[in-house]
Design a protein around this ligand. Sequence first.
Ligand SMILES: Cc1ncc(COP(=O)(O)O)c(C=O)c1O
Length: 599
Amino acid sequence: MNPSVARFRSGEIVLIEPFTNSGSGKDGHIGVIVGRGDALDAYIVAPILQGGDHQPSDRYAIPVEAADWEEERPDGKQVICVDRMMTIPESNIVTERLGRLRSAKLRDVMRAWSALAARNFSRTFHAANRPGNDPVRASLEEETGDADQAPAARGIPYAGRVFTEDEVEAAVSAALDFWLTLGPEGEAFEKDLAGVLGVRRSILVNSGSSANLLAVSALTSHKVQTGRRISPGDEVITCAAGFPTTVAPIIQCGAVPVMIDADPVTLNARVDQLEEAFVTGKTKAVIMAHTLGNPFDLAVVSDFCRRHDLWLIEDNCDALGSTYDGRLTGTVGDLSTQSFYPPHHITMGEGGAVNIVRDMRLKALVESFRDWGRDCWCASGKDNTCKNRFGWTLGELPEGYDHKYIYSHFGYNMKPLDIQAAIGREQLRRLPAFVEARKSNWERLRRSLADLEEFFEFQLPTHATGWAPTGFAWDGSGHRADASWFGFLLLVRPDAPFTHSEIARHLDARKIGNRMLFGGNLVRQPAFVRFRQEKAGAFRIRHLSAARTSGIKSADIGALLPGADRIMKSALFVGTFPGLSTPQVDSIIDCIRDFALTR
Ligand SMILES: Cc1ncc(COP(=O)(O)O)c(C=O)c1O
């Protein structure tokens, strides 16, 4: 017989020579073949035992019902024991084929077997990625020797993936299905996220930057009413300090960003400058970020947008779980965006989302730009959702042209993989605990560094005027911002005996992750400097005309955007992410204190 041809196939039930196990059935030791061993004459067999020996809650003891067998069935109640898998030489298989499991059950068995391996792998090798307050993290780290070094010696990142075996299992399970493109997991994640936020829809994309680009692109569609559509040369108000891809989509869509300054203490846009940036008939939208998780002044910004009939896009990439007056950020504007890159509140590696807050007409537009610009809105792998697949006559295409290949926009392909969505679903379940951990790490840092105010000014939530161990002091507006902090930000005071790059270098040398506030004053970034010099009308600063902005001297930018400049020169943040354990947070504190107090 050709040894490469298997005598038994996966799913077949066989009788095997006795093995050291007390749970054998009266007819002998039966098992189900799940595959071949590395040696071609060996088989991997999952024992089938009498059900009475096992807890139904044991996910590795899979009960078998009459309907699970293709033919005759062994007597009694059985369970397939995935955690007792054995490799059996062919010579130990004493009876040919007693029956066969149906493929749906075999799938369950093999999926559970993979899950068992994946979960064990994760527990062994990813202990340090578990939540900081995970009760088993320390003992698992001890097992793998990761705990031998003091936290600071191992390095303390400012952010990172926080996950357990649940995420790894979800990824493996989705990989086994090998759907690959956005599919059932993506659909479920979109529903879950929209449910958590309380928005009409969430549309999964491949990054936060893509989400911002799609949000702005959607508003350029010919399907948006003329007066409100963002057309080339129209203006969009945004903030000068922050992450570049909050602003870049405005330029990528042919519109003109109008930069207002940032408040260096809240890190958010100076909303008192909105009116001076506004030009009737030209300004079409506002896009700005809730910086480092701190909600911007949504009361003023949404009132401004309402009065002038402008779109509001909330870049919520750094703020999942933050609230403003008790309402989640990302649920106030017309559209909002998320990033699921590892430092963010939840991760799927790469990934992002556009949230459709109220107006479902925007959903089809965002999806069209995400999916090649197509007019059709069928999900991946589905046909004829519109029930009129060959009945559309659009553009100058012949009658009956397949709707799947009709393009109403110049779009992109910005979809992630279904495997990412499977990971994201597990992460979303952790969101409440993650948010709590971010807040409590921030509070611990703030409390322990409180006596260093002569060196540092600390970030405050919007509307807060001060911090005390008993809580924040608030301005008289009556509004409250509650941040799910992306990081713990401090501004080095101008008269401190050190600069912010000196403390950054010190933290770096001690492997304590730290970051400046992304692009700082974006206007001073090489891409923006060149753009302003090469293209008349590239962007505007506050009330300045495009022509005057193009010719502006570097020194004059400082007078118009002093807050963004201060952020660029003196802001630095360390981690608050939920992967930090209390000793790690304390190491960060000690390092900052030692540095500041010994200068
Ligand atoms: C405020 C803000 N918006 C957008 C992004 C872009 O997200 P992504 O890295 O997923 O493209 C980031 C990235 O960190 C960000 O901080």
